[in-house]
Design a binder for this molecule. Sequence first.
Ligand code: UD1
Ligand code: UDP
Length: 382
Amino acid sequence: MSIRVMTVFGTRPEAIKMAPLVLELQRRADIESICCVTAQHREMLDSVLEIFHITPDYDLNIMEPRQTLSTITTKCLLGMEEVLERAKPDLVLVHGDTSTTFAGALAAFYHQIKVGHVEAGLRTWDKYSPWPEEMNRRLVGDIADLHFAPTAANRDNLAREDIRDGVFVTGNTVIDALKTTVREDFHFHTPLLNTLDYRGRKVILVTCHRRENYGAPMAQIMTALRRVAEDFPQVELVYPVHLSPVVREAAQKYLSGHARIHLIDPLDAQEMHNLMDRCYLVMTDSGGLQEEAPALGKPVLVLRRETERPEAVTAGTVKIAGVETETVYRMAAELLESPQAYAAMAHAVNPYGDGQACRRIADAIEFTFGLREGAPEPFGVH
Ligand code: UD1
Ligand code: UDP
């Protein structure tokens, strides 16, 4: 007997975190793996598909410039209808907290198809931050039948919402991906990244794209970043700018025209992970970077007011810097001026995974459908 498992994803981070799982599902003899992309992102999604050699079976191709939350959700929902009717999967897997995630889960529910939620149980308990992600993941939590929680804390969050059945603690699949991309002898194809002096200079890797940071918070953050570059001559600030026109306009306005601020196009995942491995410090509002950088021993200042990823804060490698110019500047300055403050944060920890998450998720699926005896061992219990 075999089952049909459809993965549905649409943005860059979902793709990076689902790619190793798609490859794992393809390796299982009793699973027929079907891949559907919504293409909520286009170029940033295609770059991941290329690196992991994944050819989707279905592509809804929904992206448009400056798309609204309603257009993404309705286009995904309508597009998924035909796909689900044709493919008839036994299980639909969605990832994380994007509009694709929510619409993919809802579409499967409307067809009475089981839903598995990868990266389940992350919460801030503030429905407007991150927005709309916190509500997307809560709603998917209610819809899903299987919940793949990266950490024990994520499992406990689900329990607070009375979600206790079908929960597996697996680790985050991003660590599985990271294990395949980082290489000591990696050669970048973006020329700037081969010429930077990573030992002699202090390379700060920056990303900033969240919707709740649009407008005043982004202006404040970027003002702080510019001051950091101006006041610390040893700093090289590298910012691969997200393709969102809102973000690109802000980056251009506040950060262009400085010799040591490098505004570059989005990097592919291999380049990004290897740049992170070589940089001095990461400043970001990204979720994924908060998980990856600690595994590589890089301190992270989070350009947000809160985080749904407290594990690395507890481990001491991540700090919340907020979105105000003074605080962001001061916290970056401390890590540039004080070797002690830097050393206290720059140690590798792996609270998010051990590289075995995809194996556990595939095992849990087989177990649920009666294709394997025994549930996988939870991540983090030794
Ligand atoms: C989305 C997710 C967010 C995730 C982020 C990862 C939602 C509501 N938001 O936000 O949770 O953190 O992706 O990056 O699901 N664009 C391109 N080419 C691309 C990708 C984007 O041109 O390959 C431009 C388009 O103009 C698009 C805009 O970026 O309209 C915004 O994309 P969208 O997916 O709506 O929001 P993100 O901010 O990327
Ligand atoms: N990333 C990338 N190139 C970039 C910026 C980010 O490959 O130019 C990767 C990053 O390493 C991580 C993921 O994209 O794996 C995070 O995506 P993003 O920050 O867009 O979304 P979030 O994680 O905040 O939802």
